[in-house]
Design a protein around this ligand. Structure first.
Ligand SMILES: [Zn+2]
Length: 234
């Protein structure tokens, strides 16, 4: 039974989670996902998150139950080949290995509109892990849309693929500039079978090597999926 009212927020104990912390017997985790809620920024024209309460706890319902509507490119997310290739695979059909394992975080803060190879500096000399995340911002734009963000130069992605990288990530909404008409970096992703994570939050993450865990949902028809992306200390 549809009810327009919003249920009471859960008890505080249910919601408080340190984004980064050390627990007894556990390694340090960095949560590199922005919060996702109706105010989360999306590309202009994309569907923001909307939540409709189908039922709320009361005389007529034993549960709170909602329906979510949103672009799968909201928050930290993985693009599927289907996003930029009509014949491309949907996100839920991809192998999971690229989204899980050894990863290098490289700082290229304030590098300008495009991440060129030189911005990656010494971090790409020698052996590279199969996953590379690039931090371009001091503070990720988690609460507003900002079209002036850094993207990858296509040749930077080519070089990373040449070195055996299988997944790239960035702390901005796209690997191409917001006004790019032909998305050349997305085309490199397609040609080189690279996987991608966008909208990461790397504000607190020192440059270095980590274990990445960022699994997409098994959405077998979707062009992207939100991920809960975390880094674990090695
Ligand atoms: Zn995307």
């Amino acid at each position: 039974m549809a009810r327009p009212n919003t249920p009471a927020p859960p008890e505080k104990d249910d919601t408080v989670r340190p984004s980064r912390g050390k627990f007894r017997g556990m390694t340090t985790l960095w949560d590199i996902s922005p919060a996702v809620h109706p105010g989360s920024p999306v590309f202009p024209g994309d569907t923001p998150l909307r939540q409709h309460w189908d039922a709320t706890i009361g005389p007529d319902s034993a549960v709170n139950l909602s329906t979510l509507t949103f672009s799968p490119h909201i928050g930290a997310h993985a693009d599927a080949p289907l996003h930029f290739d009509p014949q491309g695979a949907a996100i839920g059909t991809l192998a999971l290995e690229p989204y899980l394992g050894l990863c290098r975080v490289i700082h290229a803060i304030d590098c300008g509109p495009l991440i060129e190879w030189a911005h990656l500096g010494a971090a790409v000399q020698g052996a590279l892990p199969a996953r590379v995340l690039v931090r371009t911002r001091r503070k990720a734009a988690v609460d507003h849309w900002d079209s002036r963000f850094s993207a990858f130069a296509p040749r930077t992605l080519e070089y990373l693929a040449d070195l055996g990288v299988r997944l790239v990530g960035i702390d901005t909404p796209s690997v191409d500039p917001a006004d790019s008409p032909d998305l050349p970096s997305h085309q490199v992703l397609r040609q080189r079978h690279l996987r991608v994570l966008e909208n990461l939050v790397l504000d607190e993450v020192p440059a270095g090597d980590y274990e990445l865990i960022a699994l997409p949902l098994k959405l077998t028809t979707a062009d992207a999926s939100p991920v809960r992306a975390v880094l674990r200390a090695l």
